[in-house]
Design a protein around this ligand. Structure first.
Ligand SMILES: [Zn+2]
Length: 330
């Protein structure tokens, strides 16, 4: 018997906003020894055999761990922003079509995030419209930067305008290289530190660049618990106070923008979970696992159900309530 329902109550669904997929169409080609738009079997983390699972096997696992719905996003390796834009656009289109197929085949278990050719905003705008309006995806996962350009750059004005107009949900999620990669590639720090630094830069550049003020309706989720954002606000605010000439387009202290973003629950200790709820607010935090990455939060539903550091209303927000309000899911 599947364990679906073990954690499920009539309060709503547990929606995992941070869960990846390595498209089957990519795997079929590269595991046969061919290239897929220039990508090979070295891409896509296929050494993690869970990445090879088909949707039915994935759903069995979701049942086992108590996840009702995954918001599925192609694994970050499919960003491919440094390629010829037309090639990246083809990769994105195929990834997005596969995610859309998963959603069509299992509409009660999957929602879909696509990927976009971010180095060419015209191509990105065309694909974002197709993905939302024709394929039925709900948004996109994007890197913290596009070939080292951050999102305060004017080249992205049209991108944010398009996302706002479509009402698309954005999950910001790193890829190698992160900012730390330029200093060291040792000790996995490019991920265990760089990932969180990149997210903090994304928060700050979106705030200082005026993007969140220009589009107050944007729904942007900063993956991995917002990186160092909760801890960084203190000094960000002090910098804003002391250096008025460097406030960019921000209208107030960076800490006042905390509730313009969403954050997932990908943390590993009760201490950090409590801290992020204190600083960010439970109504801005959604459930996430980073499935099926080795750095996922194992037993994530059970952890939130049983932790002693959350009140009942906070627990409900993190497991179901905040996501239900974002996605209007019941
Ligand atoms: Zn991830």
């Amino acid at each position: 018997m599947p364990e679906r329902g073990r954690w499920l109550t009539d309060r709503g669904k547990v929606i995992d906003v941070h869960a990846h997929v390595t498209p089957q169409r990519f795997q079929e080609v590269v595991l046969a020894g061919d290239h897929w738009h220039g990508m090979t079997a070295d891409d896509g983390e296929l050494d993690n055999l869970v990445n090879r699972w088909k949707p039915e096997r994935r759903i069995e696992e979701m049942d086992r761990i108590g996840v009702d719905v995954q918001v599925v996003s192609p694994t970050d390796v499919f960003y491919q922003y440094d390629r010829e834009p037309e090639t990246t656009a083809r990769i994105a289109a195929e990834c997005n079509e596969e995610v859309a197929e998963m959603v069509r085949d299992h509409p009660d278990r999957f929602m879909g995030l696509g990927t976009l050719p971010m180095q060419d905003i015209e191509l990105a705008k065309a694909e974002m419209a197709r993905a939302i309006e024709e394929l039925g995806l709900i948004g996109f996962m994007i890197n913290d930067h596009v070939n080292n350009l951050t999102y305060d750059h004017e080249v992205f004005d049209e991108f944010w305008a398009g996302i706002h107009e479509l009402g698309a949900f954005i999950l910001i999620h790193q890829f190698d290289p992160t900012v730390v990669t330029y200093r060291t590639r040792d000790y996995f720090l490019l991920n265990s530190i760089g990932n969180l630094v990149d997210r903090t830069l994304s928060f700050a550049t979106l705030v200082y660049g005026g993007v969140m003020d220009k589009y107050p309706g944007l729904r942007v989720c900063l993956a991995h618990a917002g990186g160092y954002v909760p801890y960084a606000l203190d000094r960000l605010d002090q910098g804003w106070e002391m250096w008025p000439g460097d406030r960019g387009k921000s209208r107030d202290r960076p800490s006042t923008y905390v509730d313009r973003f969403y954050y997932d629950t990908v943390t590993f200790t009760d201490r950090n979970l409590r801290f992020m709820v204190d600083v960010l607010g439970s109504d801005r935090i959604v459930f996430g696992t980073d499935w099926p990455a080795p750095m996922q939060v194992f037993g994530a539903v059970e952890r939130l159900e049983t932790t002693q550091v959350l009140s009942e209303s906070e627990r409900e927000d993190l497991l179901r309530g905040t996501a239900a309000r974002i996605f209007q899911a019941k």
